[in-house]
Ligand binder design. Structure first.
Ligand SMILES: Nc1nc2c(ncn2[C@@H]2O[C@H](COP(=O)(O)OP(=O)(O)OP(=O)(O)O)[C@@H](O)[C@H]2O)c(=O)[nH]1
Ligand SMILES: [Mg+2]
Length: 584
């Protein structure tokens, strides 16, 4: 049997509307953890509980406070969830935080949920009908417009079975969390567990984590090791994304970890203090958004004071969608597509929210127009390391009409075309000699590879020539220089690559550091053959030297070359005939 599906669902709704009572009724766990919460009958901080659903799937609940004073805790809870349980008390109907929570869920890109009208035991059918119609009205045009609406009473149990089966189908139709092998957990709690050190909890997304994994925590990227893992109260060796998890970490004190700290594998991320993003300004806002104001961004489970720079216009009006650059107080491991909510702390109001479009902006704010696509990331930069692109995005980098992938680089097709043209012109200018590959940088070598693949250039012995140009070696001046030098040539005037290629072709011979034209070897061979007729017992080095009229400096390598070719054989200080000795 396949393992049960699990989805993480956050509650949402106005204070006192029955969110926590509902979670308790569904799971048997009171999500209000603190004595003060129980005493005041009010949720202050996040609560956690889970339940098995009909059909065997499971749901993890994050219960959030409804009171406006604890909105920041609500925001910390809804960051990584798959769906919501949107609660409106049938008694009171739609209230300000019903509205604000709905907007926040929308801004965070949450796409699935159920609507629950609570406390139905306290209202008559007519009132319930009225409230239902009002709620439907308020949800029109939002992601919850077509969501099931279930009336329940946590007190009498009415509607709970229907809610459980609706939850089961919600889990079934809600996509599993993305698994791209890049785990990230935004800490929502950090505490010391008796005897086992630091424990952090959060909603794991992006990838799995296993015991003994090495991770980093927080803005200082503190290195930690996973000692043990729990999910839904059970110890596990490994856990996949889309789960509530508790990680027991070694290497860090629980006081050093706070809500909002990310836990990741450092090498997979490019933490950034500056990001570009879209911003949807709430239509209900009664003023425009400008760069003035003290803003706070809610990202993951964290709350970060940010400076906001609008890209393009000076201001964004209510209902506008624009682009912004956010300056963060600390480097965060973000990825394109991450959602955030923006609030103004001075006025204590939600401004809007959006999606991260660039975690390493390359252009100045005056020119940046990010859209979150690989093509734009590449076009703005020209050349980008694939590893960087992979870290900035959640998609696999592939060649497209506008982006080419070369080795470990991605490049815009325009930039590639420019560089190809430039390189081809340089190769043309180098004529028959060609370009020395060793002198090219990594990018030019990659570009040259594309020219070679297209047949525009040919590469021989480390030199690239425009295809169809004359053989760069056939008439190389060094050939004539050495031929004229005979058996006592001067130092060759050519680079190593040319000499090597000519040696490979058999035109030149390198013996003990002296370069000869092949004709010199023939002359030496014939001279030796003649000397051996006169001295059948063997020829001395002095005799060869004198016969050729050269110095020992040339006679020794020539004799060695003749030995190597089987023209002569060495016997003591004498040379005798070898199998390849020419006849005279
Ligand atoms: N009669 C009745 N009372 C309910 C029901 N659900 C909740 N209550 C009561 O309503 C009050 C508030 O319930 P909570 O569950 O604490 O509400 P909440 O939405 O979690 O409140 P916050 O977390 O502070 O936003 C409590 O006194 C509950 O007993 C219900 O279905 N019927
Ligand atoms: Mg509550």
């Amino acid at each position: 049997m396949s393992s049960p599906r699990v989805r993480v669902v956050a509650t949402a709704g106005h204070v006192d509307h029955g969110k926590s009572s509902l979670v308790l009724a569904l799971t048997g766990t009171d999500p209000d953890r603190f004595a003060e919460e129980k005493r005041r009958g009010l949720t202050i901080d996040l609560g956690f509980a889970h339940a098995d659903l009909p059909g065997g799937d499971q749901v993890s609940f994050i219960d959030v406070p409804g009171h406006v004073r604890f909105l920041r805790n609500m925001l910390a809870g809804v960051g990584g969830v798959d769906a919501c349980l949107f609660v409106v008390a049938a008694t009171e109907g739609w209230k300000p935080q019903s509205e604000e929570h709905l907007r926040i869920l929308e801004l965070l890109g949450i796409r699935a949920g159920l609507v629950v009208l609570t406390k139905v035991d306290l209202v008559d059918d007519e009132w319930l009908e009225l409230q239902t119609l009002d709620v439907l009205d308020r949800l029109a045009g939002t992601f919850l417009a077509d969501a099931p609406i279930i009336g329940v009473s946590a007190h009498t149990g009415a509607g709970l079975d229907e809610l459980r089966s609706e939850l089961a189908s919600l889990v079934e139709r809600t996509d599993a969390a993305l698994d791209i092998g890049r785990p990230r957990l935004w800490v929502d709690r950090s505490f010391a567990a008796k005897g086992s050190g630091t424990v952090v909890t959060g909603t794991l997304t992006g990838g799995g984590v296993a015991v003994d994994d090495h991770l980093t925590v927080g803005p200082t990227a503190r290195r930690v090791r996973v000692r043990s893992i729990q999910s839904h109260g059970h110890a596990v060796d490994a856990v996949g994304p889309g789960r509530r998890v508790a990680l027991n970490l070694s290497g860090v004190d629980h006081h050093e970890v706070e809500r909002g700290h990310p836990v990741v594998m450092a090498a997979q991320w490019r933490p950034s203090r500056r990001v570009d993003a879209s911003l949807d300004v709430l239509a209900s806002l009664d003023h425009a958004v400008s760069r003035r104001g003290a803003y706070v961004a809610y990202l993951g489970s964290g709350e970060f004071p940010v400076r906001v720079r609008i890209l393009g216009p000076d201001r964004l009006d209510p209902g506008d969608r624009g682009l912004v650059r956010l300056h963060l107080p600390e480097p965060l491991p973000l990825v394109i597509g991450d959602r955030f909510v923006l609030r103004e702390s001075g006025r204590d109001e939600t401004i809007g929210g959006g999606a991260i479009l660039d975690v390493a902006p390359a252009l100045p704010a005056s020119r940046a127009r990010p859209d979150g696509t690989i093509d734009t990331l590449v076009r703005e930069r020209g050349w980008v390391l694939i590893d960087d692109l992979a870290a900035w995005t959640t998609t696999v980098v592939q060649s497209s009409d506008t982006t080419a992938v070369l080795g470990s680089w991605a490049v815009s097709v325009e930039r590639l075309a420019e560089r190809r043209a430039h390189l081809l012109a340089t190769a043309e200018a180098a004529g028959a000699t060609g370009l020395d590959l060793a002198a090219l940088d990594e990018l030019d070598r990659l570009v040259l590879g594309t020219l070679e693949a297209d047949g525009a250039v040919e590469v021989h012995s480390g030199r690239a020539c425009v295809a169809g140009s004359i053989d760069p070696y056939a008439d190389h001046p060094v050939i004539d220089q050495l031929r004229r030098g005979g058996t006592a040539p001067e130092e060759p005037s050519a680079d190593r690559a040319t000499l090597r290629e000519l040696a490979r072709r058999g035109v030149l011979v390198d013996r003990d550091g002296i370069w000869f034209h092949i004709d010199a070897i023939d002359v030496a061979a014939r001279t030796m053959a003649t000397l051996l007729v006169e001295h059948p017992d063997g020829v001395t080095m002095a005799q060869l030297r004198d016969a050729l009229g050269i110095t020992r400096k040339f006679a020794v390598p020539l004799a060695t070359e003749l030995d190597a070719r089987g023209i002569t054989r060495r016997r003591g200080d004498l040379r005798i005939g070898g199998p390849r000795l020419p006849t005279v």
